[in-house]
Ligand binder design. Structure first.
Ligand SMILES: Nc1ncnc2c1ncn2[C@@H]1O[C@H](COP(=O)(O)OP(=O)(O)OP(=O)(O)O)[C@@H](O)[C@H]1O
Ligand SMILES: [Mg+2]
Length: 437
């Protein structure tokens, strides 16, 4: 099998049924190959699993079946090679525009000088038209401005893959058009691979090379794939003559939809009238066996680290690896190499089986429950900006905060004295203000 840049291979996702019995299949057997530099959009009705799929590419969630390869390597956790622009902006509320972008740049280019970093950040601030707003904090920004910061932050580190989850859904139509243009301009100069989720057919046609249409959930599938051959630069009217839809049997569909396939409007009508967004019969699938042994290993590892009073920073040092990944590996959501696992095993005095579990594929059941919006908000920040968060946490809380990298699993939602929502990092009893979840 020829290998593509980003390969989603027979991926299915099951979640526990809300009734408590069995599992619900969100989508099944999704196979997509995406080439380097491609701009791919996913369209589907609410709940069909678009965000779930995007989160899997981000490494924030794991497939129940199948796997995802990026440059031939299985995605086993988040990383700076994939940047996410979340629908809900996910900016650090206590940081300015400049600082929010710098956070990512610093993490991605640790060897750069302060001046180099600042120049790079300013370049992207200008690209998204935020010059003059550098020192504003997110509360002083409009939705469109916040989204621009998110885009600048994502583009600024030039990731292998940009993951955009309905980036324009919360923005008014006028501003949306402007930011879409900015996105096109940035993409033109970087030609990152983009995987974008949207509800908006026009947006998909305007931006993408290929559109994947998902059927309704549960048990959603990729119903059709439409190639968009409109030459770039494209106009929003899409009235140019050179528009063609080329997917399997797209020509006949275009014809039956009542238009010729040589103008943009026919594609719109094909996409809008297509029956693939109709409901499919739901077939319950038996729950997967959880690898219980691995879960137990994690408990052993955590207990051993506690008993020996070894911090994650110390483990990371011995392994020679980023602490965020080490923390994730000890929690079972990231895979170490055999050599790294051996080093950890030696340091913590683990038995052979427990040590080997560190270099196995992550324990699926350990992925946090993403329906809990509170946990998810922190998870996405920590997961995607892990490196950056470490720097920030060190700055905010001083030395020793590395052990708090575990805090994804140890937090609670509390109402502050002024009625605002806060998240409590129980590990060290310090407060991290996070008001916008
Ligand atoms: N952690 C979870 N546990 C249980 N069910 C979940 C979990 N995460 C998502 N789901 C369910 O999976 C389905 C797909 O969710 P997802 O958020 O991926 O949909 P979506 O296509 O992005 O929808 P929207 O367009 O509304 O954003 C939904 O029915 C959702 O309730
Ligand atoms: Mg979604």
């Amino acid at each position: 099998m020829s290998s593509s840049f980003l390969q989603i291979d027979h991926v299915s996702k099951f979640f526990p049924n809300p009734s408590g019995e069995g599992q619900v299949c969100v989508f099944t057997d999704v196979t997509i190959k995406i080439e380097k530099g491609e701009f791919v959009t996913v369209i589907g009705h609410s709940g069909c699993g678009k965000s779930t799929l995007l989160n899997m590419i981000a490494g924030l969630d794991a497939p129940s079946e199948g796997g995802i390869l990026l440059s031939g390597r299985e995605i086993a956790g988040p990383g700076l090679d994939r940047m996410v622009v979340f629908q809900n902006f996910s900016l650090m509320p206590w940081m300015t525009v400049f600082e929010n972008i710098r956070l990512a740049v610093r993490a991605a280019y640790p060897d750069w000088s302060k001046e180099q970093i600042a120049a790079h950040v300013r370049k992207y601030i200008e690209l998204v038209g935020l010059k003059g707003a550098e020192d504003k904090r997110p509360t002083a920004l409009s939705g469109g401005m916040k989204q621009r910061v998110g885009l600048a932050r994502a583009f600024s580190i030039e990731p292998k893959v940009l993951l955009l989850d309905e980036p324009f859904a919360q923005i008014d139509a006028l501003t949306r058009g402007v930011i879409q243009e900015e996105l096109i301009q940035m993409w033109n100069s970087t030609r990152n691979t983009v995987f974008m989720v949207t509800h908006d057919v026009d947006e998909a046609i305007l931006l993408s090379d290929r559109i994947l249409l998902m059927t309704n959930g549960p048990s959603a599938r990729i119903g059709e794939i439409v190639d968009v051959d409109i030459p770039r630069p494209r106009s929003r009217e899409l009235s140019g003559p050179a528009c063609q839809a080329r997917g399997p049997d797209k020509r006949s569909r275009a014809a039956s939809a009542g238009g010729s396939n040589s103008d943009g409007r026919s594609i719109l009508s094909v996409l809008r009238t297509t029956s693939l967004l109709s409901r499919e019969t739901f077939v319950a699938t038996p729950p997967e066996e959880e690898p219980m042994g691995e879960t137990k290993s994690r408990d052993v590892i955590k207990a051993r680290r506690r008993d020996k009073k070894v911090t994650i920073a110390q483990v990371a040092k011995v392994v020679g690896k980023n602490p965020t990944f080490v923390a994730a590996a000890l929690n079972g959501t990231h895979r170490l190499t055999k050599e790294e696992a051996q080093k950890v095993g030696k340091l913590l005095g683990l038995d052979k089986a427990t040590m080997e579990s560190l270099s196995k594929f992550p324990v699926r059941s350990d992925f946090p429950n993403t329906t809990d919006p509170f946990k998810y908000r922190l998870l996405e920040i920590i997961g995607v900006y892990g490196d950056a968060l470490r720097d920030m946490a060190n700055e905010m809380f001083g030395d020793g905060i590395m052990s708090a990298i575990d805090f994804t699993l140890d937090m609670e939602k509390v109402t502050g004295s002024q009625g605002e929502a806060r998240c409590k990092i129980t590990l060290n009893g310090k407060w991290l203000e996070y008001k916008t979840f």
